[in-house]
Design a binder for this molecule. Structure first.
Ligand code: COA
Length: 332
């Protein structure tokens, strides 16, 4: 049995936070943000809108577009670093109930911006082992809830949103997800973290900023490790599968920073039309960014049945991953 990437869906909150808005909030400029990151705006969830609310909307679309009866879904994995509740219940179980999926295996995974690629690899393994048949994977983030809007080094980067995909068993090898690489290096844990609130720290502060619940990032060091790791990773997965970069129809990288994407794309000699870019309008939505980007090319009619996608992500942990995925769904 093989695992096929059957459908995609996404949800983007309506409220927009532009670079001009941020100019009023912190000491920055539209010019600086655009030049250093490629981001022009990001979408921000309503105060009462949760990660699972956004994930459910993305998932409903993915289920509808798969043509599958939702009762046949037997597992739900949610990739998020901004769960509805800090420790429990998982966002996946809340999502399952919102979607009317009864008694499915449901759990969250924590791999930051690489979360969707990690979830995809878990789905592939469960399907290939024969344990599950139809797995809904969701990347959903309300990063605005863990962003410090007085820290110009991070608040210009992050946005909210969700994406979802249905991964199903198939006997047709031509439809199969070809390969997925995932890795991590906890030696770099301090480059990008929420320093407090877990068992690794003690605090009795109620103030979220003081309590260290907001993201902290060593941006410049993260940038360098990201370019190096991602470049090596995509070259390796292509070489190991004897696939040339010209065979990639859509390179769908995690949308953290235009300069990182450009550096990796150039290392692979990719033409502009092969590279999917949404960073300008959504910013960095962590685990949601890759499915949101896939949804963009799907809804714009660029993603056709059989197209080969190269996914590529990097995030806190540090974690990274890449995947060679033919689109096995119906063209919109
Ligand atoms: C965050 C990031 C955009 C910063 O860009 P950079 O080119 O590395 O910039 P630096 O951090 O070296 O800072 C350069 C200068 O700009 C300043 N600066 C930082 N943020 C700023 C902002 N929003 N507006 C204006 N100036 C800013 C810094 O204070 C520094 O000033 P100094 O030279 O006087 O000390 C970039 O490092 C990045 O994208 N990193 C990786 C992000 C990422 O991939 N995240 C995790 C994976 S998901």
């Amino acid at each position: 049995m093989y695992a096929a990437f059957r459908s995609i869906g996404a949800y983007v909150p309506t409220k927009i936070l532009s670079n001009a808005d941020l100019e009023v909030m912190v000491d920055t400029t539209d010019e600086w943000i655009t030049k250093r990151t490629g981001i022009k705006e990001r979408h921000i969830a309503d105060e009462n809108e949760t990660t699972s609310d956004m994930g459910a909307k993305a998932a409903e679309l993915a289920i509808e577009r798969s043509g599958l009866d939702k009762n046949q879904i037997d597992m739900l994995i949610c990739a998020t670093i901004s769960p509805d509740y800090f420790c429990m219940p998982s966002t996946a179980t809340i999502l399952a109930t919102k979607l009317g999926l009864n008694k499915v295996t449901a759990f969250d995974i924590s791999a930051a911006c690489t979360g969707f690629v990690y979830a995809l690899s878990i789905a592939k393994a469960f399907i290939e082992s024969g344990m599950k048949k139809n797995i809904l994977i969701v990347g959903a983030e309300k990063l605005s809830a863990i962003t410090d809007y007085s820290d110009r080094g991070t608040c210009i980067l992050f946005g909210d949103g969700a994406g979802a995909a249905l991964i199903s068993a198939t006997e047709n090898k031509a439809e199969a997800i070809i390969d997925i690489h995932t890795g991590s290096d906890g030696a770099y844990a301090d480059l990008l973290m929420t320093p407090n609130g877990g068992s690794g720290s003690v605090h009795d502060e109620l103030d979220r900023e003081k309590a260290g619940c907001f993201m902290k990032m060593k941006g410049n060091e993260t940038f360098k490790v990201a370019v190096r790791t991602l470049t090596n990773d995509v070259i390796e997965i292509l070489e190991q599968n004897s696939i040339s970069s010209s065979a990639i129809k859509h390179f769908v990288p995690h949308q953290a920073n235009y300069r990182i994407i450009k550096a990796v794309g150039d290392a692979l000699n990719l033409a502009d039309e092969q590279v999917v870019l949404t960073v300008a309008k959504y910013g960095n939505t962590s685990g949601a960014s890759i499915p949101m980007a896939i949804n963009d090319i799907y809804e714009s009619g660029r993603l056709q049945e059989g197209d080969l996608m190269l996914l590529d992500a990097f995030g806190g942990g540090l974690t990274w991953g890449s995947a060679l995925v033919p689109f096995a769904g119906k063209t919109l």
